[in-house]
Design a protein around this ligand. Structure first.
Ligand SMILES: [Fe+2]
Length: 256
């Protein structure tokens, strides 16, 4: 498997606290069957310092030297959506794309999708960078109105789901939204979004097994392996499900 969302670089955000913890997280990932991890520290989120890619690359090299390729670590970031994303990715280069390729991991603020988001996302695609939206199932607005995410998918953006959303770590409401998005083909990747060795753990296999029960083995495997591998290698993703518009549940069904 390939994990495209992780906070394994130490002392750069709210992820790993030390090199030892980073090594422990990566080894646990390898034991779980992960062969490549993308380190995605928070960038331009107003909470954490946005480190320059040169420093982050030094940390990646340090980690790779310790791990000797098991798993292999490459750099990306989790870029907080603002109307500046095109400038940050394509002009000032303060937000690295995944492994320097044509995909960028972008997260919306937790409560909502900012109005007018389509334009910068579309502009990014005009610059040949495909936005991957991090954990849409945990966004309060998209949780209630997954049809809004369908509209973004229709534009050409892709969706990444957190393992914890599938296993229920973030609560029933998130788990339900995750299921709706999976069933409607709005998700292209599963990733750990691991932060530490205590409560935001590395590893994907348990969530992939649960996902397989919902959408079948083939699609679940594609989201954890073939699709993220293509992202890291800068290729088009091999499995792109047909997206369908999530239907609003009629009230009487809730009691039925
Ligand atoms: Fe994250």
């Amino acid at each position: 498997m390939v994990d495209i969302h992780s906070h394994i670089l130490h002392q750069v955000d709210d992820g790993s606290h030390s090199l030892d913890e980073s090594i422990e997280m990566c080894r646990a990932s390898a034991d779980d069957g992960i062969r490549v991890m993308v380190a995605t520290p928070h960038a331009h989120d107003g909470k954490h310092t946005t480190h320059n890619p040169e420093l982050l690359n030094q940390k990646v090299t340090e980690l790779n030297n310790q791990l000797r390729g098991i798993p292999k670590i490459v750099l990306g970031c989790e870029l907080r959506f603002t109307h500046e994303i095109v400038k940050q990715i394509c002009e000032t280069h303060t937000a690295p794309t995944i492994a320097g390729g044509p995909y960028a991991l972008i997260e919306f603020p937790h409560a909502m999708v900012p109005p007018g988001s389509e334009r910068p996302l579309f502009e990014l695609m005009s610059n040949r960078i495909t936005p991957i939206i991090a954990h849409p199932e945990r966004n309060a607005m998209l949780m209630d109105e997954p049809n809004r995410f369908y509209e973004l998918i229709s534009l050409g953006v892709l969706g990444q789901m957190d393992t914890g959303s599938i296993t229920g770590q973030f609560g029933k409401k998130v788990q339900k939204a995750a299921r709706v998005m999976l069933e409607n083909g709005l998700i292209h990747f599963i990733a750990s979004d691991c932060h530490n060795t205590r409560n935001r753990l590395p590893g994907m296999s348990a969530a992939v097994a649960l996902t397989a029960k919902i959408v079948g083995e083939e699609y679940a495997r594609a989201m954890a392996d073939d699709n993220p591998a293509a992202v890291v290698e800068g290729r088009p993703i091999p499995t792109c499900p047909t997206a369908t518009l999530p239907q609003k549940k009629r009230k009487w069904l809730l009691f039925g």
